[in-house]
Design a protein around this ligand. Structure first.
Ligand SMILES: Cc1cc2nc3c(=O)[nH]c(=O)nc-3n(C[C@H](O)[C@H](O)[C@H](O)COP(=O)(O)OP(=O)(O)OC[C@H]3O[C@@H](n4cnc5c(N)ncnc54)[C@H](O)[C@@H]3O)c2cc1C
Length: 283
């Protein structure tokens, strides 16, 4: 069964780039940057992965032509990671060539734990060639993340730190919120001390307030890190942070393949179901 787009509207900015443009321009006008995610994942057909690459290359050109303050976020399973790792690497590198010639930044999102190793490896390969043009995401709930943070910090990797959105077993990931927050803070300290520009992705006041307090105590300037939030969540907080002089970026997903992303948002927090329902009754 395919739900109509109106259900996803709270969390997905549009089904096409042109529908999404007003959202991006509105954020930009408030001093908030964007990371655009052309939705899709777990592509198993090379034709679809090839098309995805072309769509992302067109998106980069659209960002430049439109004068948008936006980078892009991608998922490696959209670029063919489920098909073949070296094919996926070729697609990633082709995309990074386009990004480099258009001076655009590419963030590689982190997916479920069966992809973590390959994602870290492909990111490291890409960083060796494309340097600060490419970044990765690490999830504080994974037991392995402490060591990934240490290793990637040595190379001054551009890291977005989040809690983790996929359902993982206790052998692989922390399960209690208190432990996940503590791990986030531990990794956050390392990133702030050892990397040039960490990105803190969370809507959680406990973590946002920790970043603010820790950076103030350690004399780390507001221009040395960024807060990130998802489109449709805590927009008022984003605007307040930007008004207070912090760098803020909103992750804006768009496209027709919105179902897996939308489902993750609903599972994450019961309030999100309420947001979707109340959105249905808005004009
Ligand atoms: C920019 C961005 C990029 C991401 N990229 C990835 C990725 O690549 N891979 C991945 O696995 N995950 C990613 N995530 C998702 C992330 O891992 C978490 O699943 C998601 O952010 C929920 O965790 P949280 O810390 O935001 O808050 P939660 O753990 O959902 O909530 C904790 C507390 O925060 C407060 N809170 C949360 N939401 C709200 C709200 N809307 N309004 C008011 N208070 C709220 C409440 O007090 C709540 O109890 C990303 C998240 C963001 C923001």
């Amino acid at each position: 069964m395919k739900l109509p787009f109106i259900f996803a509207k709270r969390f997905v900015a549009g089904e096409t780039l042109s529908q999404t443009l007003p959202v991006i321009r509105n954020f930009n006008s408030k001093g908030i940057r964007v990371s655009l995610d052309l939705l899709g994942e777990n592509v198993r057909d090379k034709r679809v992965a090839d098309q995805t690459l072309t769509d992302y290359q067109d998106l980069i050109k659209g960002i430049v032509d439109g004068g948008l303050r936006s980078s892009i976020s991608i998922k490696l399973t959209m670029m063919g990671l489920d098909i073949d790792k070296s094919y996926c690497r070729d697609n990633l590198f082709s995309l990074l060539e386009t990004a480099r010639s258009n001076d655009t930044f590419v963030r590689i999102d982190m997916e479920g734990s069966r992809y973590t190793n390959d994602t870290v490896t492909l990111f490291s390969d890409a960083q060796a060639v494309y340097g600060s043009q490419v970044g990765i995401v690490l999830q504080s709930y994974l037991h392995r993340t402490k060591s990934d943070v240490e290793n990637l910090s040595l190379k001054n990797a551009d890291i977005r730190l989040c809690k983790g959105a996929y359902s993982e077993p206790p052998q692989i990931a922390l399960q209690k919120m208190k432990d996940i927050r503590a791990a986030y803070i531990e990794s956050g300290k390392v990133l702030l001390q050892k990397t040039s520009y960490p990105r803190f992705a969370s809507h959680d006041d406990a973590l946002i307030n920790w970043v603010k307090a820790y950076t103030a105590d350690e004399n780390i300037g507001k221009n040395r890190f960024e807060f990130q939030m998802l489109y449709g969540l805590r927009q008022d907080t984003c605007e307040q942070l930007a008004a207070d002089g912090y760098n803020v970026r909103v992750y804006v997903p768009y496209g027709t393949m919105w179902m897996p992303y939308f489902t993750r948002r609903l599972k994450e927090r019961k309030e999100n179901i309420f947001f979707v329902l109340s959105n249905l009754f808005k004009k």
